[in-house]
Ligand binder design. Structure first.
Ligand code: DP6
Length: 321
């Protein structure tokens, strides 16, 4: 039976994706930009031609909802496809504060294409990964990636691409953990609810695209101060928008605010660093490698745990054996 295995790293957005212009096709309302992060990774094997569709996720059978999403993505390769067995494993704790869906769907589409014997462009794979989870469109790429919102109704122009490779800039992303429990509200539910009820949502959609050119210029110039301004602004506007929803969506905990204060205090002492947050209380801090240890030590005082991550490469196939 044709079988293939792929590995992908998760990514963290610096310019956030929040809100959809089409739910069925999972098309974003705004463009976004991210950094792919190693060493955390997801390894996924697809066996094309099994007795039934079967998903194993971190050593347990996938739930009905997880299986529905995974096999709907494989259906995109061939609506008459044979049944498939998918085995996927994260090498990082599910509560590590990183979106395993981003690495998961990126590894799935790469392994799926190979197992199905299909030569797909990386843009096509990014479109397929997007259908599983929006942020996964960016995890096909190493280093710094942009995901275009696109304009087409069929979504074929809404894919990600690399802006700069992993070795372009020697940075670290520190992930300060404040709550290892499962999310109270998934990003998908949180963003749909924000879109439906927040009076700030139109302002978010019209302002967010302007962050991209500034972020890209800062990345090209390796200017952490300039990038930090954009990434904190993007995170704050996204969270402000969801806090204004009815009822509000509030992912922040007291520790999240402490970590933001640690970052501001380090900055006032001349250490360039900047924070971002996603659909959870954990705080991610971007810093140049030379300052990573100082920042890690300060965050460790307020956080339960701090992971130190670095720019990772693109999703890749793994040779059998
Ligand atoms: C806050 O990609 O998990 O992390 O497309 O509905 O699966 P779906 O959402 P998902 O949302 C990620 C939201 C975010 C920001 C980002 O990664 O850009």
């Amino acid at each position: 039976m044709p079988t293939a295995t792929a590995i992908a790293h998760p990514n963290i957005a610096l310019c956030k994706y929040w809100g959809k212009r089409d739910r069925a096709l999972n098309l974003p309302a705004v463009p976004s930009l991210s950094l792919t992060l190693a060493p955390f990774s997801t390894t996924t094997t697809v066996e094309w031609g099994a007795s039934r569709d079967e998903l194993m996720l971190n050593g347990r059978p996938g739930t009905a909802e997880e299986s529905r999403k995974v096999f709907a993505v494989l259906d995109l390769f061939d609506s008459w496809r044979p049944r498939a067995r998918v085995v996927t494993q994260n090498d990082f704790p599910t509560a590590a504060g990183l979106a395993s869906s981003s690495s998961g769907f990126a590894a799935l589409v790469l392994a799926g294409a190979k197992a199905a014997g299909q030569a797909r462009t990386v843009e096509e794979l990014s479109v397929f990964a997007r259908r599983g989870s929006g942020s996964a469109s960016r995890s096909l790429f190493g280093g710094w990636a942009e995901w275009r919102a696109g304009e087409r109704g069929d979504g074929l122009d809404s894919y990600a691409f690399e802006i700069a490779a992993a070795n372009h800039w020697d940075v670290r992303m520190l992930v300060a953990i404040f709550d290892a429990g499962p999310k109270e509200v998934s990003s998908r539910d949180g963003m749909n609810h924000t879109q439906e009820t927040s009076p700030f949502y139109p302002a978010w959609v019209s302002s967010a695209p302007h962050d991209l050119p500034a972020a890209k210029a800062a990345i090209r110039a390796r200017d952490l101060e300039a990038l930090g301004k954009v990434m904190e602004r993007s995170a704050l506007r996204m969270h402000a928008c969801m806090m204004a929803a009815d009822p509000p969506v509030i992912y922040w905990k007291s520790g999240s605010v402490w970590a933001q204060e640690v970052v501001r205090s380090l900055r006032s002492k001349g250490i360039p660093c900047a924070w971002t947050m996603d659909a959870g209380p954990n705080v991610k801090v971007l810093v140049e490698a030379e300052h990573a240890e100082v920042v890690r030590a300060k965050l460790a005082v307020v956080a339960e745990r701090v992971h130190v991550l670095e720019p990772g490469g693109p999703a890749r196939l793994v040779e059998p054996g």
